[in-house]
Write a protein that binds this ligand. Structure first.
Ligand SMILES: [Zn+2]
Length: 64
């Protein structure tokens, strides 16, 4: 039985209209894909995310 973690962008505050969702086997991979999504889809710079932002995003990465 395999586990998967996912992050749905629409769960993020202010991103309700974004259809972006990433799924991967590990939380680490989800983070990488989430950061890539933020760059490509939202023009964000993940290296500028502060601890509070990361703590918040962490709550949105859920096992499925
Ligand atoms: Zn998005």
């Amino acid at each position: 039985m395999s586990t998967a973690y996912s992050y749905a962008c629409k769960d993020c505050e202010g991103m309700e209209d974004c259809p972006g969702k990433v799924v991967a086997a590990t939380e680490d991979e989800v983070w990488k894909l989430m950061e890539l999504h933020a760059v490509v889809a939202h023009g964000e710079d993940p290296s500028s995310w502060d601890g509070e932002t990361r703590e918040y995003l962490k709550t949105l990465v859920t096992p499925e």
